[in-house]
Design a protein around this ligand. Structure first.
Ligand code: C2E
Ligand code: MG
Ligand code: MG
Ligand code: MG
Length: 278
């Protein structure tokens, strides 16, 4: 009709324009925050052994948005990538993590503790990853054997030889590698024997209905057995109930992480949580 013809002449509808404006605003806000370290709170979520004792923590980034409060990564990571900020923000998190861990190691010299940091596929492929890492580690004074890096299976769609070479170089410094969200990516199991992994992290989507779903029990049990047989530690994410904890213990998971033990905490609250534990 005539009306359609007119509408077609206008490429963007008002609703589309509103969305584009909102996206542009978010990108501008991100770029502004990029120079403000206080806009990037870093949280720590405890990781425990099968007895519930803390053996480590995962570093989880937040964005303190100027008006919308504290945002989680699903609300800003894709946009940060679009704005070209994923790599600088990633190095910010790494520096923060290494400084925090160096301090922790000084105060707890006899305690075994692993701090896990998420590495985005983009950062993993950054050509200056290795020298930057070396610099951050040296400047912080951290002992790298207390560090673990988490990657997802999406890293592995690129040249596997290059991926393995990068992982080996980092492993030589004593840093451990974990495969995050295991079971949700492009799992061709053949790569598992080529990767110098220390840990498999079973994705929380398999844990959610673990207490009642026979299928999820079978999958989680099989992943735990596979991981153990290959010599990896197995960690389950997203534990929210005692029943899930019990099951995972039976299946041979050595490490657990989830709201049942603790939500992600500010570094101050983390210290308090640890003190309460012991
Ligand atoms: P992830 O690495 O798989 O981290 C675990 C996510 O599960 C976290 O979400 C954590 O808060 C959440 N979680 C932990 N326990 C439970 C539970 O019992 N129940 C439920 N429902 N959720 C639980 P968060 O902090 O929103 O992070 C989401 C994702 O964003 C992370 O998934 C990770 O892929 C990414 N991410 C977080 N921080 C960073 C970072 O510093 N750098 C990069 N590259 N990615 C990050
Ligand atoms: Mg992770
Ligand atoms: Mg995960
Ligand atoms: Mg995830």
């Amino acid at each position: 009709s005539k009306r359609d013809g007119k509408a077609r002449a206008c490429f963007y509808t008002p609703a589309m324009q509103a969305i584009m404006l909102a996206e542009q605003t978010l990108l501008d806000e991100l770029k502004h925050s990029a120079t403000q370290p206080q806009d990037w709170p870093v949280l720590l979520q405890p990781q425990v052994n099968t007895d519930g004792q803390c053996v480590g923590a995962e570093v989880l980034l937040r964005w303190q948005h100027p008006t919308r409060g504290l945002l989680t990564p699903d609300q800003f990571l894709d946009q940060a990538e679009q704005a070209g900020l994923l790599i600088p923000v990633g190095y910010f998190v790494l520096r923060y993590a290494c400084n925090w861990l160096a301090h922790w190691q000084k105060n707890n010299p006899d305690r075994t503790f692993t701090l896990s940091v998420n590495i985005s596929p983009t950062q993993f492929r950054d050509p200056i990853l290795l020298p930057e890492l070396a610099r951050i580690i040296t400047e912080s004074g951290v002992s790298p054997t207390g560090l673990q890096f988490e990657i997802t299976e999406s890293v592995l769609i690129h040249q596997l030889d290059d991926v393995v070479a990068t992982m080996m170089a980092v492993k030589k410094w004593g840093i451990r590698w974990a495969l995050d969200d295991f079971g949700t990516g492009y799992s061709s199991l053949s790569y598992l024997r080529r990767l110098p992994l220390a840990e498999l992290k079973i994705d929380r989507s398999f844990i959610r209905f673990l207490a009642s779903s026979k299928h999820d029990q079978a999958i989680v049990h099989a992943i735990a057995q596979l991981g153990n047989t290959l010599g990896f530690q197995v960690l389950a994410e997203g534990i929210e109930t005692q029943a899930q904890w019990q099951r995972l213990k039976e299946f041979g998971c050595q490490r657990l992480q989830g709201y049942y033990f603790s939500r992600p905490l500010t570094p101050e609250s983390f210290a308090g949580w640890l003190a309460d534990q012991s």
